[in-house]
Design a protein around this ligand. Structure first.
Ligand SMILES: Nc1ncnc2c1ncn2[C@@H]1O[C@H](COP(=O)(O)OP(=O)(O)OP(=O)(O)O)[C@@H](O)[C@H]1O
Length: 238
């Protein structure tokens, strides 16, 4: 069964048709990357999946259930989680306290501490746990936020440009993190412009253009597609 199914999703902002009859299916266990030019509607699609926006028409199905009418909190409870582009960490609190906040709805006492320790190691932030989150490097802030997004063990993780502003090395480490999550069973949908990251992690790629699914396939198929090169890869991202 597909984990996520978008059926003919439409979203208008005034006269702007931002999401145009989008059909997209995510199989359980895959890492899927969403690419496309600026303004293609990628972030809007995430907000429709999460329930922060509601479509004018069309349906969102998650694990076989039609969740189109559900609010974001109800979708999160069903196993959806998202990390948006701008880090939303609590800058004045330590790294450890940030993770504690994210985890405390599910864990208490020693179990909570053990779970924080486990996440700190996973994120490569164990030596930074007492550090104020606002003092972390850009990459470390992104990882901390990934940690907060995965704290409730979602079955579907949405990542909006997780490697934006990262060095090639940090980008690669982020890719390894995503692959480890996936090996543990998490399905991932990531918006990315960094083609090295897409090549590292994506099992399938969807190209969005002008609010529509423009192409879909493996990274090799997408890179070889002259139509995609003309609207996207041939420009800033060759
Ligand atoms: N709340 C909103 N109200 C009006 N227009 C919006 C709103 N949100 C997005 N848009 C418009 O919808 C279009 C798609 O925006 P969106 O952010 O989804 O694109 P994107 O593919 O994520 O772009 P980028 O790669 O630059 O992040 C843009 O023209 C944007 O200005």
């Amino acid at each position: 069964m597909s984990l996520l199914e978008l059926r003919k999703l439409n979203k208008h902002f005034g006269g702007l048709h931002v999401t145009n009859a989008v059909d997209l299916t995510l199989e359980a266990g895959e890492i899927h990357c969403l690419i496309g030019p600026n303004g293609a509607g990628k972030s809007t699609l995430f907000r429709l999946i999460l329930g922060e926006h509601h479509p004018g028409s069309g349906d969102v199905l998650f694990a076989g259930e039609n969740i189109t009418a559900l609010k974001a909190f109800a979708r999160i409870r069903r196993g959806l989680s998202v990390k948006f582009q701008v880090p939303g960490v609590f800058k004045g609190l330590s790294v450890r306290q940030n993770l504690e906040i994210a985890l405390q709805s599910r864990h208490r006492g020693r179990e909570l501490e053990a779970e924080i320790d486990r996440l700190l190691v996973f994120l490569g932030l164990a030596s930074e746990q007492a550090q104020t989150a606002g003092n972390l490097s850009h990459g470390q802030k992104q990882w901390l936020e990934i940690g907060m997004a995965i704290s409730l063990k979602p079955s579907l993780l949405l990542l909006d440009e997780p490697t934006a502003g990262m060095s090639p090395e940090e980008t690669h480490m982020t890719g390894e993190m995503v692959q480890r999550l996936n090996a543990d069973g998490m399905t991932v949908l990531a918006i990315e412009h960094d083609m090295a990251f897409v090549r590292q992690v994506a099992q399938r790629v969807t190209v969005l253009h002008l609010g529509q699914v423009f192409a879909q396939g493996s990274i090799d198929e997408i890179v070889a597609d002259e139509r995609v090169a003309a609207i996207y890869l041939g420009q800033a991202h060759a």
